[in-house]
Write a protein that binds this ligand. Structure first.
Ligand code: FAD
Ligand code: NAD
Length: 479
């Protein structure tokens, strides 16, 4: 639930229309796009019905607000009146109603824990939960210690007085989840400012603000599994932006000096930008700086820079804002996510990549990794679907790679070619696939990766099943 509109009401025929990851979206009424919602939140209208007051909400009170026109939902201890948001919710009203009058944290996390609901719903905030649910019987509250302010550097009395006000903390829990919230009263706290350690029966979170470090130290009575819910974001600086096709650019972002982040093969991250005052988040798949390192001297060290191939949609919501960024500007980058497992490539003999448009992006690292690290690999074939020749990303690099490495073959298929195009045409089809996907032998280990617009991926999956490829032999990239 509460999946923030990741697309601003694309038209019915747009491939962006259908939710990624198989979630269904419902058609939103005219005037109910993400932009319309942001406008409403900025209009000064009282969206909670409480005239700006924040209240403490008891569980009994929360339960009463369980109707469409009076719907409160608790997420991580904060209660929102989501009734005004109902018609703007891309997942539909029913989806939102599943959490009406209750704690929707688990439901929310199941769908999109990366969604920045705090920003999206800030005008709907009713207040905080007043009563904590019962402690589990083996939770020792008396051992909970807040060590308060520990100056990191030598601090004089004056400095201490001038220092930031002490954070406070609180915690909430459901049957399976304990959430510890630290209120720092500081803007822009990011990953660099928070150090979290969990050892045996102690959980320790240190928050560094200016010259101070604040320690929350909680003693636990039994083992817990860590899940730092909500993704961590760090601000990265745009260092270069290069045209790759008429509408697709290679963005290079620099990670902060204190961050070590290498996005695993096949995973994506979320980029976050404030758009008219609201933090908006969209997923993107990091690539390498070129298809193969030999095509470009790696002048920039890895782990410091992160590259994205991003198509700019003039009528899109997020990408025109990304395109507006100047060198030196910042964009927030989340931790990686994704369900591709690198061991899927182990002992592989034939790797088939079916990519459409920017669905090419996850293939870049997969291709690179497979050719470099999988000795058993005999063939990698990429079938790359685009509208026109001008849309093909890194065409000459792909052709060079095919020329240089006998194991690699590429085939371009165009859905809207000019009359000069003599290559393959059309959309993904059983005929194209059965000709392309020739396995070496009945027993050879094969993997087919698939990524592109949702209808492309869905149709492709069905065709592959009809061609008798097993589930284990297919990986589709989705959010
Ligand atoms: P949107 O606002 O979502 O619009 C998308 C399309 O709909 C555009 O064609 C736009 O013109 C059209 N549209 C918008 N509003 C309307 C309207 N009212 N009526 C009709 N049409 C409309 N993309 C990349 O470029 N590179 C990547 O590496 C990448 N990785 C991804 C990884 C994952 C896991 C997923 C799920 C997606 C990835 N994407 C990637 C896609 C990306 O997340 C965005 O969906 C994409 O950038 C479009 O965002 P947008 O807000 O600019 O466009
Ligand atoms: P596009 O509009 O340029 O289309 C590229 C090709 O996709 C077309 O030539 C056609 O062959 C195929 N295609 C398009 N619509 C189709 C349909 N209805 N049925 C069958 N085939 C169709 O593509 P684009 O604008 O580059 O969009 C790329 C898509 O890939 C986006 O939807 C993006 O969200 C998705 N993507 C997903 C991931 C991921 O999930 N990991 C990563 C990157 C991109």
């Amino acid at each position: 639930m509460l999946n923030v509109p990741s697309q601003s009401f694309p038209g019915p025929s747009s491939q962006q229309r259908v939710a990624s990851g198989g979630r269904s979206k419902v058609p939103l009424k005219q005037g109910r796009s993400l932009m319309d919602w942001i406008r409403l939140t900025k209009s000064g209208k009282d969206l909670t019905g409480l005239k700006g007051r924040l209240i403490e909400v008891t569980e009994e009170e929360l339960k009463k607000h369980n109707k469409k026109d009076d719907c409160w939902i608790c997420i991580r201890g904060f209660v929102y009146n989501v009734s005004p948001y109902m018609e703007y919710h891309p997942g539909g009203e029913d989806e939102l109603m599943r959490a009406a009058g209750s704690d929707g944290t688990d439901l929310f996390d199941q769908v999109h824990r990366w969604v920045n609901y705090e920003s999206m719903l800030k005008e709907c905030l009713v207040g905080r939960m007043a009563m904590k649910p019962a402690f589990p019987k083996d939770y020792h509250e008396e051992k909970k210690v807040l060590n308060g302010m520990l100056p990191q550097s030598q601090v004089t009395d004056t400095l201490a007085k001038e220092g930031p006000s002490s954070p406070s903390y609180d915690w909430f829990q459901t049957d399976s989840l304990v959430t510890i919230v630290i209120y720092t009263k500081q803007k822009d706290i990011n990953l660099d400012s928070v150090i979290v350690d969990h050892r045996d029966d102690s959980f320790r979170a240190e928050t560094v603000i200016k010259d101070y470090s604040y320690l929350v130290h909680v003693a636990l009575s039994h083992e817990i599994q860590e899940d730092f819910s909500g993704l961590f974001y760090r601000k990265c600086q745009l260092v270069s932006k290069e045209d790759v096709t008429h509408d697709t650019k290679l963005f290079c972002l620099m990670l902060p000096p204190s961050t070590h982040l290498e996005v695993p093969v096949g995973q994506h991250v979320y980029l976050r930008l404030p758009i008219t005052g609201t933090e908006i988040v969209k997923p993107y798949t990091p690539v390498c700086d070129s298809l193969f390192s030999e095509f470009k001297e790696p002048v920039l060290p890895n782990n410091v820079y992160i590259y994205f191939l991003i198509k700019i949609y003039p009528a899109g919501f997020f990408t025109p804002e990304l395109d507006q960024l100047q060198i030196g500007d910042y964009v927030s980058v989340s931790n990686p996510e994704g369900n591709f497992i690198i061991s899927q490539l182990q002992e592989l003999e034939d790797l088939f990549l079916l990519a459409a448009g920017t669905g090419f992006t996850p293939m870049v690292k997969v291709l690179n990794y497979a050719l470099t690290n999988i000795p058993s690999l005999r063939k990698v074939k990429l079938m790359f679907f685009n509208k026109t020749e001008d849309d093909i990303i890194w065409r000459s690099q792909l052709e060079k790679l095919a020329f240089k490495d006998k194991r690699f073959e590429v085939e371009f298929v165009l859905s809207a070619p000019t009359s000069e195009w003599s290559g393959k045409q059309g959309y993904i089809s059983p005929a194209l696939l059965s000709e392309f996907l020739k396995r070496r032998s009945d027993t050879s280990k094969v993997l087919i990766c698939l990524c592109g617009p949702t209808p492309f991926t869905e149709q492709g999956m069905k065709m592959l099943h009809d061609l008798n490829f097993s589930k284990d032999e297919i990986h589709s990239f989705t959010a």
